[in-house]
Design a protein around this ligand. Structure first.
Ligand code: KG4
Ligand code: ZN
Length: 409
């Protein structure tokens, strides 16, 4: 019995404490996100110990708020879903421990969800949410995987740049890893480039906004073709990303590398003396003692010269171009007629418009989550749990955090 199909999702894998109630993987009743950005901003990145402490503070009020906004009680729920990995161990443990205790106290089943699968379901949920807005949520509501066609999914965030083939088989989603980054994630490159330019954290939204004011053709950044076998001897590289999945059997055409462009930006900045120009103005704006809590885009623009804006626009054009080239090549080679783009970087405006234009040109379907569903949230976790509830695929009582959890084969 799955009752009304009401699932409480809980997410705490990085720097957002989130809870949401989603019905049948297709209708969002509430989605609450407590961001820790202000805690980590002054360090220019997420500090794991601080993240755990903030999750501990936020988890109870966030779950209460999600239930209150959905206007339901614990007794009305059919299951509890929680992110079990990948992510920061201490941060994941807060959500998992809370979810386990709540499931035990309420005798509800607990469903473990892979964070990356969650990001993929953020897109599917968004599409079904629009559908269920038009019709009554019923047994026949779309949401069962068999209603869907296979898709090429690009998960592009601060921690991941992964390509998967997502296939609905026997009413559950199956994932095959197709490509991934060998080093930095695309969002990490955005954050590092923003940091070296003295911009705020996280850097993606600042680069997105400032890039609109620069010439994207000013600096010719190039991504070279990756020859895995040659430079790695067929072995996985010793990087953070290497822990998440093997690369030996992946087509090198679908592998990414973003550490090179970060170094190229640094060299360009040094050679053209861009760090000293307006640097003090930018640092004062983002980290100075009298820095405003939320600098405006006008203030950020006033702190950048045209060569810096041109560099930012050129960096973004190169990164988005590389993501596009490999995603569309993978879709073509796997014969996927549909592309899902998700994760924090999927909020990027240039990425959305260029993927949309290219998909139209190739007669493919491309979908993104809403902007709020692009970054970490718990609605995507509750949505990903729905096929598991149908399948009665529940977590073992000894469920624990798996910081390097892999998605798919
Ligand atoms: O999915 P997410 O919230 O957390 C992870 O799972 O990593 O993604 C956060 C990442 C950060 O690197 C942030 O800079 C990037 O997404 N990001 C963006 C934009 N908004 C967030 N990158 C480019 N353009 C944006 N508009
Ligand atoms: Zn994420």
């Amino acid at each position: 019995m799955v009752g009304a199909g009401l699932i409480l999702g809980i997410e705490s894998s990085c720097d957002e404490t989130a809870a949401a109630v989603v019905q049948r993987g297709s209708h969002t009743l509430s989605s609450v996100v407590a961001s820790q950005i202000t805690t980590h901003a002054r360090y220019g990145g997420v500090v794991p110990e601080l993240a755990s402490r903030e999750h501990l503070r936020a988890i109870v009020p966030v779950v209460r708020a999600a239930l209150a906004q959905a206007d339901i009680t614990l007794a009305e729920l059919d299951a509890i879903a929680v992110t079990s990995g990948p992510g920061l161990a201490g941060a994941l443990l807060v959500g998992i421990t809370f979810a386990k205790a709540l499931a035990f106290a309420t005798a509800l089943p607990l469903i473990a969800v892979n964070h990356l699968e969650g990001h993929i379901h953020a897109v599917l949920l968004n599409e079904r949410d629009i559908e269920s807005g038009k019709t009554q949520v019923s047994e026949a509501t779309p949401g069962a995987p068999d209603d869907e066609e296979p898709a090429l999914a690009l998960v592009v965030s601060g921690g991941h740049t992964h390509l998967y083939l997502a296939q609905p088989i026997d009413n559950t989603w199956h994932y095959t890893l197709v490509g991934r980054t060998l080093d930095d994630a695309a969002g990490e490159a955005y954050d590092k480039v923003a940091k070296l330019l003295g911009l705020g954290y996280p850097g993606g939204p600042w680069i997105d906004a400032l890039a609109q004011h620069g010439n994207p053709h000013a600096v010719p950044f190039a991504f070279s073709h990756i020859k895995t076998k040659l430079h790695l001897g067929g072995n996985a590289p010793r990087t953070k990303a290497a822990k998440t999945a093997p690369i030996a059997n992946l087509d090198p055409h679908f592998l990414f590398s973003f550490s090179g462009i970060k170094t190229a930006v640094l060299r360009y900045v040094e050679l053209n003396n861009l760090r000293s120009e307006a640097e003090s103005r930018r640092e004062e704006l983002f980290t100075g003692s009298s820095a405003p809590a939320h600098p405006s885009i006008e203030e950020a623009l006033a702190a950048c010269t045209q060569p810096t804006l041109d560099l930012i626009a050129s960096f973004q054009r190169a990164v988005v171009g590389d993501l596009m080239k490999k995603s569309f090549a993978a879709a073509e080679s796997l014969d996927a007629r549909r592309i899902l783009v998700t994760g924090g970087v999927a909020a990027n405006r240039e990425l959305r418009s260029r993927f949309t234009a290219e998909a139209a040109r190739r007669n493919l379907r491309v979908s993104f989550p809403t902007l709020t569903l692009s970054t970490d949230n718990a609605a995507m976790i509750a949505a990903a749990a729905w096929p598991r509830l149908l399948d009665r695929d529940f977590a073992a009582p000894d469920l624990s955090a798996d910081p390097s959890l892999v998605l798919g084969r």
